[in-house]
Design a protein around this ligand. Sequence first.
Ligand code: R5P
Length: 290
Amino acid sequence: MIVIGGSASMDLAKELATVLDCTFIPATTTAFPDGECYTRLEVEELNDDVILVQNTFPDSKIIETFLLQDAIKKLGAKSLTLVIPYFGYARQDRVFKNGEPVSANIMCKHLDLCCDRVITIDLHKESTLDSFTCAHKDLKAAPVIAEYFKTKGIDMVLSPDIGAAGRAKIVGDCMGLPYDHLCKTRISGTEVKIQPATADVKGKSVLIVDDMISTGGTIIAATAALKEAGAVKVSVACTHGVFINNALERFNGSPIDSVVCCNTLNNAVSRISVAELVAGAVKDALAGKW
Ligand code: R5P
């Protein structure tokens, strides 16, 4: 088995290779003078099962992924498993306004052209993977997040909206804690409205879990609603910390007490590793279990 790290996911790929105790090859990625992506795997051949770890975010990394898929096949890989820790465009998973594309499905269709198996982590909507014709699996980070918070004095787990209620349930169940969800209405790409919390959070230390934090609008509003309802401490955890527009810095002046995320994307608070989770799925796949 050989793990290849694309430039968007180099650290996680390296950690995965260590967990799997196998060869690690980093892609060498630069740009041509005109800005087009140039990537190369500096090996003679890849006569083995290959695992490519690469986020399809931001846009330039999608191109790099296509190029690496082609290079891997040309070097003679026996099979190619594409691990996409953070899948870009996952949230445009339907036509919201007439004339829009279903971006998530189109990404799948193109990535599908050159791979045998795909692994994602907490994809915004799991059914998006049905656009792949190859084998696919979406891994759930909730148990890993629950493990991280087991000793952190949490009393209750909440999701910021009903869409993430299942995630709060898994984390709550794993920690043996009650769980609930808030109700969110999205007003624009950067603005959300959270209804006043109905759950009894008075005097409690609450953990909010979500699949991703982008602008941070959702968790800032959710934390404000919980503090308003009497929560004494609000910790926040997500799988994908995108943190656009300096979101992490803005949390400093907000009522949020702490933020942590998984290492699907690298940032100052990506302290929860999904390497073991991915390694388990890779081993099962190569053993023919899925
Ligand atoms: C939405 O359905 C997602 O689960 C997240 O709640 C959302 O994408 C977070 O975005 P933001 O941080 O920009 O509010």
